[in-house]
Design a binder for this molecule. Structure first.
Ligand code: 13P
Length: 254
């Protein structure tokens, strides 16, 4: 399958895995996916496993991502992690504004935008998550919500920064529910986000920025979702916790 943009498939491990379990998983992935060149591969373990996982993937095609970071460069922010700390472990990507962080920790678009600035300042590529709830979709507000989140979360990013940013469309009702968006729903939302990028930046930026789909991605639906014209990868939750399912998602997407 030839696509204009290189697919990027990332595993968001969320609040799972001890260091030993993380190492098992990443060693397995390293073996299973060693020959994959067609897709950018990213694993996002919890903070506590970043150090050890970074050592194992050093000589592999797997890249490291974090699941969150603080917007400040450092200092008196008890319990938080700054970009420079992630850099120590060669973290290349950071998931920002995941719906779980927006829902449970009150993250706003404005905060996500500040975090994105801090990530770029440290040359870490943000994966910025957007997506509507079931209620918003049923009320016909999907596009309005996506527009608010995209405009707000990308606020202040230069064109150059935008080109180093990834967007993840994750409909909240599809996360962890086993109910993925239909290909039509996913394509429609991705195309809408891409049109917004053209409006906010230009056609060239819109053509180059990668937009991942997230929400109940599994081996059985990966091929169909990844073949959609405006879907450029996946952000995988539950199915990224096992070697078999994550590698099958990747292999089925090629
Ligand atoms: P699931 O793949 O478990 O639905 O989670 C998706 C997600 O939230 C990835 O960030």
């Amino acid at each position: 399958m030839e696509k204009e943009r290189k697919l990027i498939i990332a595993g968001n491990w969320k609040m799972n895995k001890t260091v030993a379990e993380a190492l098992d998983l990443v060693r397995g992935l390293k073996l299973e996916l060693a020959n994959v060149k067609e897709v950018d591969l990213v694993v996002c373990p919890p903070f506590t496993a970043l150090c050890e996982v970074s050592k194992v993937i050093l000589d592999s095609n797997l890249r490291l991502g974090a699941q969150n970071m603080n917007e400040h460069p450092g200092g008196a922010y008890t319990g938080e992690i700054a970009a420079f700390m992630l850099k120590e472990f060669s973290v290349r990507y950071v998931i920002l504004g995941h719906s779980e962080r927006r829902t449970y920790y009150g993250e706003t678009d404005a905060l996500v935008a500040r975090k994105a600035q801090a990530a770029h300042a440290a040359a870490i590529k943000p994966i910025i998550c957007v997506g509507e709830t079931l209620e918003e979709r049923e009320q016909g507000r999907t596009e309005a919500v996506l527009e608010r989140q995209v405009r707000g979360s990308l606020a202040g990013l230069t064109k150059e920064q935008m080109l180093e940013t990834i967007i993840a469309y994750e409909p909240v009702w599809a996360i962890g529910t086993g109910r993925n968006a239909t290909p039509e729903q996913a394509q429609e939302a991705h195309a809408f986000i891409r049109r917004l990028l053209a409006e906010l930046y230009d056609e060239g930026v819109a053509r180059r920025v990668r937009i991942q789909y997230g929400g109940s991605v599994k081996p059985s639906n990966a091929r169909e979702l990844m073949s959609l014209p405006d879907v450029d990868g996946a952000l995988v939750g539950g199915a990224s916790l096992e070697v078999r399912s994550f590698s099958d998602i990747v292999k089925n997407s090629i």
